[in-house]
Design a protein around this ligand. Sequence first.
Ligand code: AMP
Length: 312
Amino acid sequence: MSVTVVGSIAFDAVQTPAGSRERMLGGAATHFALAASFFDRVHVVGPVGDDFGDAEMDVLRIRGTNVDDVERVAGGSTFFWSGRYHEDLNTRDTLDTQLNVFESFEPKLSTASLASEVLFLANIQPGLQLKVREQCEAARFVALDSMNLWIDIARAELDEVIARVDCLVLNDEELRQLTGKPNLFSAAHAVLEAGPSIVVAKQGGYGSAMVTRDDFFALPAYPLHEVVDPTGAGDTFAGGFVGFLASRPPSERLSAPVLRNAMAYGTALASFNVEQFGTEGVASVTGEQVRERVRDLDRFARFDPIDAPLAG
Ligand code: AMP
C-alpha cells in the first residue's frame, strides 16, 4: 500500500525568535512526506525548478519516498515562501509567496502514484487539488489541507474539493473563517455536513482537536522547553496522522481508538519538526523516538475520573 501527496515543495526563508534561515528546504508536501514515510511508501507529486539540487532531492527520498513525480521544470524556479514569527510563535506574518513553477503546473500522475489507496491533498491551489482528486480514482481515503489565502480567493473550488474528501485538516482559525461559525465544535460539524467524516483543527502550540459525527478528541502539543521553528508543523502533523491511518486496515480507519492514535503520532512527529529548523528534526529522528513521545502523550493526557462528593 502507499500514500500519494500533492502540494508545495519549496524553499523557505524564516525568521523566528531562535534565529533565521535564508533558504531551506520546505513546502507542505515535503513536510508531509518526511513524516508519512515512517508508516508507508510515499509518492510525492509536485514541480520544482532547476534551482532544486540533488541534496534537497535526497532529503525528500528519506525512508524510501518515491520522487518520480517530482517534475523538474527547466528554466523555472522552485516555489518560495518567506515568513516571520512573533514572539509567541503562534502567529506569523507571511512576507512573500512566489508560486513560480506552480503557476503553470498541470498534475500528471504516474501509474504508481495513481494506484495509492491513500491520498493527501496538501495546501496548494484548490483547482489543482481537484484535478488530482479526479485522477486518483483508486484512492479510498483522501485528506485535505488548505489555508486562508484559498478561502479568500478560490472559495468555490475549495468547497468543491472539500465535498469530495474524507478528512479536512485545517488551522482552527481557518476552520472558523471557512464556516463563519465562531466556535470550533460547531464549525467542525458544519464541515461534517458538507461531506468529510473527520475534521482535525490544528491549534498551533495548543495542540489539536478532532471531530467526527460521534466523537471528539483533543491533545495538547507535546511539551517542549524550546521551539526553534514551527514552519511545517501542521504538515508534519498531517503526515503522522494520515500516515498512521494508511498503515491500518481500511475497515479500522474510522474507529475512535485508531483515530486517537493517529492524533498522537501526528502530535509526536510535529514536536520533532519544531525543535529544529525546516526538515532537520524529522529527517534525523528515529521510529523509536517517535513511539516514545506517543507513550508520553498517553501519560500526559490520560486521567481516571474520580467521583467527587459534590454538593447538590
Ligand atoms: P505550515 O507551517 O504547516 O503551515 O506549513 C508551512 C509550509 O507551507 C512552508 O514550508 C511553505 O513552503 C508552505 N506554504 C506556505 N504558503 C503556501 C501556499 N500559499 N501554498 C502552498 N504552500 C505554502
